[in-house]
Design a protein around this ligand. Structure first.
Ligand SMILES: [Zn+2]
Length: 189
């Protein structure tokens, strides 16, 4: 049943182009344990051996197999009530994150579901697995954040909630691009 939740979410992210073949990661929290996708796995076709169980705070033999973003997932679970995390690389939102300090949806669904999404990493060096405390701190106030030029971290009680926030935010970003192209077209006519 747990594997099925990971497979559905991972497949949806890949099929929608929100992660490349070997990027992104998913996790859930079970008490003081994390189940997180394996380092370098393919989210689009997850198998049982792609799910790694380790501690929220403690390392064990399985820890080195976990996703390279494990430190971020741990910080989020330590600092928020999240029970599930979805990390993706949604391309339209990544493009916006390189020019905006927050993503502000112009459509009703985006406004209602994700609201204003902060973009983190304007003052800091952005690297994979970094900014853990900054990301966790921001997720105390909202359900999804963007790391500048990298990707999104969404939280929920279920992986499906993180998926919903991620797909909704990317849909809003696509609409923002369409709106901008309309403005450029009308300005040029
Ligand atoms: Zn990433």
């Amino acid at each position: 049943m747990i594997l099925g939740q990971f497979q559905t979410t991972g497949h949806d992210l890949f099929a929608r182009g929100l992660v490349s073949s070997h990027s992104g990661d998913l996790s859930i929290r079970l008490g003081d344990r994390i189940i997180i996708t394996r380092r370098g796995c393919r989210l689009g076709c997850l198998q049982e051996h792609d799910l790694i169980e380790t501690g929220v705070s403690r390392n064990d033999r399985a820890t080195p197999l976990a996703s390279v973003e494990l430190a971020v997932h741990r910080a989020i679970y330590q600092q928020t009530p999240a029970l599930a995390i979805v990390h993706a690389h949604p391309p339209h939102t990544i493009a916006l994150s390189l020019t905006e300090t927050e993503i502000v949806p112009s459509d009703a669904e985006g406004s209602a579901i994700v609201g204003q999404v902060p973009v983190l990493g304007w003052q800091e060096e952005v690297r994979v697995g970094g900014l853990a405390d900054l990301i966790a701190g921001a997720l105390k106030q909202c359900r999804i954040v963007m790391v500048r030029g990298h990707g999104s971290f969404a939280i929920g009680q279920l992986l499906e909630e993180g998926l919903n926030s991620t797909t909704t935010m990317e849909q809003s970003s696509r609409i923002l691009f369409l709106l901008r192209s309309l403005k450029v077209a009308s300005a040029g006519s």
